[in-house]
Write a protein that binds this ligand. Structure first.
Ligand code: IDP
Ligand code: MG
Length: 155
């Protein structure tokens, strides 16, 4: 079982196509709590830093160009098994291979313009959450601020 927190992004194509509200609704309906949320536009430097692990791959430059092309939403999701459960709801990277009913199957246009992002491990979720949010901005249902050590802490 993975930890309780993951990072979701709604990518520029889905925002542009006005799918963001529907995606948030589906996230909520699947039992995720949204602990933090913001709309922003990435700079080239920021997108390159966020996708650093993909540097050198043939799709890297196109990915950076796409991710900086318009506003995105970033959100911290909370649920038991958040990393794995959000990846399952999101669907495969290539929407043609994503299961019916998944977010990417419904809202993605192509393998690059694939509507949403999800962290792929607890360790990456921690790094990605704090790429977009400070601890001050991550607030639980009771109004308490989430501290670094509360995010996907080791069992
Ligand atoms: P993931 O988003 O499902 O974790 P990654 O392999 O981490 O997939 O790739 C990051 C992002 O890079 C993808 O979501 C997609 O937008 C883009 N991407 C991945 N593979 C390709 C490709 O073969 N062509 C174009 N874009 C790609
Ligand atoms: Mg990935």
């Amino acid at each position: 079982m993975s930890g309780r927190h993951t990072l979701m992004l709604i990518k520029p194509n889905a925002v542009k196509n006005e799918f963001a509200e529907q995606i948030f609704l589906e996230v909520h309906q699947h039992g995720f709590k949204i602990l933090a949320c913001k709309k922003l536009q990435l700079s080239k430097n920021e997108a390159e830093a966020f996708y650093f692990v993909h540097k050198g791959k043939p799709f890297f430059d196109g990915l950076v160009e796409f991710m900086t092309s318009g506003p995105i939403y970033a959100a911290v999701l909370e649920k038991d098994n958040a990393v794995a459960d959000w990846r399952k709801l999101m669907g495969a990277t290539d929407p043609a291979k994503a299961e019916i009913g998944t977010i990417r199957r419904k809202y993605a246009e192509s393998v690059q313009h694939n509507a949403v992002h999800g962290s792929d491990s607890d360790a990456n979720a921690l790094n990605e959450i704090f790429f977009y949010f400070s601890a001050r901005e991550i607030v639980n249902a009771g109004g308490g601020i989430i501290q670094l050590h509360d995010i996907n802490k080791a069992e």
